[in-house]
Design a protein around this ligand. Structure first.
Ligand code: FES
Length: 468
């Protein structure tokens, strides 16, 4: 078979020569035009996105228990042959910190915000993903999933590099560059790739965080040298390598072999059923189409989301085996004769449902515009109001307190009315940025710029909004 000539520029800073050409305006236009979203009622979405601390306490309590238990057994086995299986188990659990990094980065496991943040930083260190940089990288991944030249997290590029894929079962190809990236960032010399998605104002935070990582890793290395034993490094840093197999096994199922340059996650992402032990360690990320379609969904609600939208998705793979049976030949094709090959996925026809209602306020007579009857907004909820070319979000909090802000997130292009109101805070549906509803203040990256706020007045049973 003749090998096809095929090359794609996956770099972010390389000019995107064969990428979908997307400049700022067209990104917005294209996202608005083509992002596929599951059809759910607002009520269903609110129920699914709802945050609770309980399931996360249970999950992380058990996770820390098995991590500590396996670590203790590994410690006891040091110097015997039992150390091999013991450290393999410890390293596998340690590396599942990647799933916790991911979930806490989205800010969804706990309702209590600081718990998500604390565990995000802890797990970022364990999984060797420097917390500040990876937050921005992952935001970009969600905006432009598998868009060549835009997504910094394309795991399998084409033509596929099979050796890299195999080596990364022990993090041997991606790990050393990742460590080097932390060192570069600690030295205040990020690459052009990193600069492409990191805002300038976040760089000092990234430098500081990277320096802390380097300091801890050097301390562990110095400890190992001082006692003449690898043991300390077997517990910190090295587990990410020798325990990386499960992370790679599950991570490849997310997107490998599937489409690129599409804004329909059903074409570039998979959902795969896995056993309960893996699902626990993976924090339900096997529901990956669902996660990309609604990143605000907490890990424990993903099965519920799947049940609600499965008829709108390609069929889930029933097992890892079924998934790999299709993926391995596809990756071999991509690596050898057919680098342009992608696995086609059957996309069901969307059900005929009404799109979510968007209130359209009449043209203003003066500064105040009529919004809607009070009962059109549930308590602790938000609706979108379009007025001419502008869009607003009008909120109803507990005790009939009403507020209004700009309707679009200040980070990228997302309607805040598709997000979730939690205790007076609106969480953006795209990257989980947060804003105080009453003041418009940005509370959580990647949302950094504040929202404009607008007065809302209740007159009888009707709400009015004053546009300035
Ligand atoms: S669009 Fe990124 S946080 Fe809102």
């Amino acid at each position: 078979m003749a090998v096809q000539t095929f090359s794609r520029d996956y770099s972010l800073s390389g000019g995107h020569s064969d990428a979908v050409e997307l400049d700022g305006d067209r990104i917005e236009q294209r996202m608005e035009e083509t992002w596929w979203r599951p059809k759910l009622t607002r009520q269903q979405m609110r129920e699914i996105m709802q945050r609770r601390d309980g399931p996360a306490f249970l999950h992380f309590g058990l996770w820390f228990l098995v991590l500590a238990g396996s670590g203790y057994l590994a410690f006891l086995s040091w110097g015997t042959w039992w150390a091999i299986p013991a450290f393999l188990i410890y390293g596998t659990i340690y590396t599942s910190s990647d799933a916790a990094w991911h979930e806490c980065g989205h800010g969804t496991p706990f309702k209590t915000h600081w718990l998500n943040e604390a565990l995000y930083h802890f797990n970022s260190f364990l999984t060797l993903r420097e917390a500040i940089m990876w937050r921005w990288s992952h935001s970009r991944h969600h905006t432009h999933t598998y868009i060549v030249g835009r997504d910094p997290e394309i795991q399998v590029t084409r033509p596929a590099d099979l050796l890299k894929i195999l080596m990364d079962f022990f993090y041997l190809r991606s790990g050393p560059p990742e460590v080097w990236r932390v060192i570069r960032n600690a030295a205040g010399r990020p690459s052009d790739h990193v600069r492409d998605f990191m805002p300038e104002r976040e760089l000092p935070k990234m430098y500081l965080s990277s320096r802390i990582y380097v300091a801890i890793l050097l301390a562990v290395a110095a400890w190992s040298i001082a006692i003449g034993s690898f043991l300390p490094m077997m517990f910190v840093l090295l587990p990410r390598f020798y325990g990386g197999w499960l992370h790679q096994l599950l991570g490849l199922t997310q997107h490998a072999g599937l489409g690129e340059d599409t804004y329909d996650h059903r074409e570039n992402t998979r959902t795969v059923f896995i056993n309960p032990v893996f699902a626990f360690l993976y924090m339900n990320m096997q529901y990956h189409i669902e996660h990309h379609s609604m990143p605000m969904t907490p890990f424990h609600a993903l099965p519920k989301l799947h049940a609600a939208v499965k008829d709108q998705m390609p069929p889930a793979y029933t097992s890892l085996w079924q998934c790999y049976k299709e993926m391995i030949p596809a990756l071999i094709k991509q690596a050898t004769g057919q680098p342009d090959y992608v696995i086609p996925r059957p996309i069901p026809k969307d059900p005929e449902t009404e799109d979510a209602e968007v209130a359209s306020a009449p043209e203003a007579a003066g500064e105040w515009i009529e919004v809607c009857p009070v009962e059109d907004i549930e308590e602790e909820d938000v609706i979108r109001i379009d007025h001419g070319s502008r869009t607003f979000a009008v909120y109803r909090l507990k005790d009939d307190r009403f507020y209004a802000t700009d309707g679009l997130c200040t980070h990228e292009f997302a309607y805040l009315a598709d997000g979730l109101v939690i205790d007076g805070v609106i969480e953006c549906p795209l990257h989980n940025g947060r804003f105080d509803v009453a003041t418009g203040r940005a509370l959580r990256a990647p949302a950094c710029d504040h929202l404009e706020t607008y007065p809302v007045e209740r007159r009888g049973n009707t709400l009015y909004l004053r546009i300035e």
